[in-house]
Design a protein around this ligand. Sequence first.
Ligand SMILES: *Cc1c(COP(=O)(O)O)cnc(C)c1O
Length: 340
Amino acid sequence: MSDRRLPKEIELSIDRSLAKPTRIHKVATPSASQLWIKREDELSSGISGGKVRKYASLIPYLKQNGIDLVGMIGGPNSNNLVGLAQLLKENQISPFAFVREAAAPNIHGNALLLAMLLSEEERMLIPRDKWDAVEKIASEVLQQRESRGQHTHLLREGCFGVPALLGSLTLAEDILRNESELGRAFDRIYIDCGTGLSAIGLVLGLQMLLGEAAIEREIVITLIAETEARFLEKLNSIKMQLHALYPIAAYKQANLRFLKPVLSPRFGSVNKSLFQSCCNVARESGMLMDPTYSAKHFATALQDQASAKAPLLSLFVFNGSALGLMGFQDQIARSSMEGI
Ligand SMILES: *Cc1c(COP(=O)(O)O)cnc(C)c1O
């Protein structure tokens, strides 16, 4: 189990001061004896964990291409908009956010952070009935800016695309480093899926670094916001794009399994059991998990791990950020006072 590194061509596209190593430790939950956790949440204090890996290649890409205005698309509670706005500003690239109008006016959680980060001139609210046309509306706005001499770039929701994928490949590399320090390989890795880019980065990264041996690790994907069919379609399409640019490895079959969240499965939905689960995880394991992704993912992985016939050494990728709790303070306060 020697350390394996990504090919040089890809390495050159990644800012390593962003895609840093993260630690792993055993999960303290008594029922999860063979479960380890990868603290991707520790990559940043203000950006949701795995997103930092995407930005580690996306920001250099934007700079190399002389982009000075970036269009970004997302819902009012998007972790991606909040994270990207921070790093774009830090790098003196102007963000312009196309934000889906909220069902109810709200100025808490990520919507509040976004309002802090972006001025009125840096965002446009898109009415819910126009949301299907958001990419078209966004391209038109950016086109106008181009005609005024700005260099613009429009990112798809969640930054889906090869420029952000390259940074996501570093997760696989860092897991192999963790394994090498631990002296054992994981049988199984649990990861969550929004647009799927982080999970796709893990799958392709392991294939790139391990070749055929990648199949020895089962990757279990909690489908927070995607279907299995859509995920596989996206995996295939981005694999072909990556292969055309970097014909490095012959990507082999991966060992994938998909799970639906066991708590409040519809994306963005929340309920009492979910908030209670957030409180339980905090009390049992000392981890502050956001309800939208991480707490659903964790409950799902724990249940799956408990049903394994043989004990398997597993790794749970904690992609989240405690900041994700901000939008739900009232509900969580109620849950924690109900004497759980
Ligand atoms: C964005 C996000 C994800 C999903 O990432 P994708 O690459 O879009 O699948 C998962 N967990 C958390 C906490 C996130 O913020």
